[in-house]
Design a protein around this ligand. Structure first.
Ligand SMILES: O=C(O)C(=O)C[C@]1(C(=O)O)C=C[C@@H](O)C=C1
Length: 524
């Protein structure tokens, strides 16, 4: 059997090999071990194999589980995506064993329907062609104990052997010729025809190999995406969902954590949730929920927020004795309200648009709501005052959340969000050290937030001679301007890990680079 040096192949060919295997695995036609949820995970392999992408596995530096993986139908948490190498190889191993047995068992039937060999070599005797995947033959199943035992080299050689087998079946000229073509770039794309071969009306039909676009885990447009947001139609969050995923189906949720759950339970594909406002500050609830849930940050959007004071038609501003709205909106219009409705009580509501809806539904003539112009339109209210945020540049930043992370890139500005807890007894110097890990690498921080450490809110200090004192313990949330695909970011995080008892990467995602405009947009 000839083998091929994968390193000599251009990335496009390696992509093709992987895309074929991806098809095998993710369609369940072959193994049934993987479901389409694992698609994003598989995608990360592409990055590993591309020589231009750093191979250092940042997940291995994270103490929290990053992926939930299934190989045999069960779902198991893994420490890091190094496990992917194991899992993929393990799936491959299963396939090989099944194939080797060549028995017409039910599982084998599935396997044979996507014949691993080339299309021209379809078996005629009801038996699969034998595929010798050398590194896949093991007498014992692979050990997953710490998820790092199978190296990139192992994986590459399994790809190599697979492709060499196909090439030698497919091409009577032998593998060497094929490689010469590939390396000489005589043909930009070589179809290695690994899988699958399917029959349509008795004819063989070659399913198109997946392209990189097919494999992109985060569509750039939002059509057909169901996007959960907190609030009712007319809320700023709905506008943010529309900006993040144009043409999406926005799904209203009455609480922030309902939006998280909607994504986790597959009711929605994404969630778009506010985390900070330029006037009102952080939306703490969502910071806490980010930690409690397992979603990944896949993007951010910032929208200008233009508040209006809304009331039933005919109501005058001086008749308003109560202003209701989301606490953030009340905070963002504090000074304007002092002028406009100085004697009116201010009451918190779930969201701005819900406050407008409430006034309309209950025919309240003494109450006004702070909400968007779109809410006025939707709930037939009049605008008493427009643009009453205390600063014209009032902007809210929203995070886009998904079940799967996106693969960090370096071809555009990225931000990364992390959360960590300091190692016990290390005190505040930890924060200094963590920040310097970024500063020394010229990585700018865009946000720091601290929240109470819920499992360990207090730390007793002192030796008892003067009694005891209690210090508060915090979770620190940091956003920095770098992609996890950059070595400097990976190095910064490995350093950070030395000082922390807990570290999780919440996401590495493209920065919102929308040109700055303070004028009202359709969004808000
Ligand atoms: O109430 C809304 O309309 C929301 O979308 C929520 C929210 C927030 O939570 O900050 C969003 C943007 C504005 O900052 C005000 C309120």
């Amino acid at each position: 059997m000839e083998t091929l040096n994968l390193a000599s192949l251009p990335p496009s060919i390696i992509y093709q090999i992987l895309s074929k295997i991806s098809h095998m695995i993710t369609t369940q036609e072959v193994s049934g071990y993987w479901d389409h949820e694992k698609y994003g995970m598989f995608w990360s392999l592409f990055e590993r194999i591309d020589a231009n992408v750093s191979f250092a596995c940042w997940c291995s530096k994270i103490k929290e589980h990053v992926f939930v993986v299934s190989t045999d139908g069960s779902k198991t948490k893994r420490r890091c995506d190094h496990c992917l190498w194991n899992l993929l190889l393990n799936s491959y191993y299963h396939l090989t064993i099944i194939n080797k047995m060549q028995a017409a068992t039910s599982c084998d039937l599935k396997f044979r329907s996507t014949n691993l060999t080339a299309s021209t070599a379809r078996p005629t005797n009801g038996m699969s062609k034998r595929v010798n995947v050398l590194c896949g033959y093991r007498s014992m199943p692979f050990s997953f104990r710490n998820g790092v035992s199978v190296s990139r080299a192992d994986w590459q050689s399994s790809c190599a052997i697979l492709s060499s087998k196909v090439a030698s079946v497919d091409d009577p000229g032998g593998l060497a010729d094929k490689i010469a073509v590939v390396n000489g770039h005589k043909n930009g794309s070589v179809d290695l025809s690994l899988v699958p071969v399917e029959t349509t009306n008795g004819k063989l039909s070659q399913v198109q190999p997946l392209t990189i676009t097919d494999l992109s885990p985060a569509p750039l447009h939002g059509s057909n995406l169901r996007v959960a947001y907190q609030g009712v139609p007319g809320a700023y969050s709905e506008a943010a969902a529309g900006k993040a995923y144009p043409n999406c189906e926005a799904i209203p949720c009455d609480q922030f954590d309902v939006a998280f759950q909607a994504v986790e339970l597959w009711i929605a594909d994404r969630a778009v949730l506010p985390v900070e406002n330029s006037l009102g500050g952080s939306i703490h609830r969502n910071y806490d929920l980010l930690l409690r849930h397992r979603l990944h940050i896949v993007g951010e959007v910032q929208i200008p927020v233009h508040h209006c004071l809304l009331a039933l038609p005919g109501v005058r501003t001086d008749c308003v004795s109560r202003v209701i709205s989301h606490p953030q909106a009340l905070a963002q219009t504090e000074r304007s309200l002092d002028n406009l409705t100085p004697r009116a009580a201010r009451e918190a509501f779930h969201d701005t648009a819900a406050a407008a809806e409430y006034i309309a539904a209950n025919n309240l003539h003494d109450t006004a709501a702070l909400a968007s112009a779109r809410a006025a339109e939707l709930y037939n209210l009049q605008i008493l005052a427009d643009g009453i945020q205390d600063d014209t540049g009032n902007v809210t930043r929203f995070l886009m959340l998904a079940r799967e992370p996106i693969i960090p890139r370096t071809d555009r500005p990225f931000k990364t969000s992390i959360v960590f807890a300091a190692q016990e007894h290390k005190g505040t110097s930890v924060l200094f050290k963590v920040l310097s890990a970024f500063a020394f690498r010229n990585i700018s921080l865009t946000k720091i937030e601290s929240r109470p450490h819920h499992n360990r809110p207090l730390r007793v200090v002192g030796d008892g001679s003067f009694g005891t004192a209690k210090n508060f313990e915090y979770m620190f949330y940091v956003d920095f301007e770098a992609s996890m695909a950059e070595t400097r970011a990976q190095n910064a995080l490995s350093e950070v890990q030395e000082y922390t008892s807990f570290l999780r990467v919440l996401g590495s995602y493209p920065m919102d680079m929308t040109p700055w405009s303070m004028s009202p947009t359709e969004d808000a």
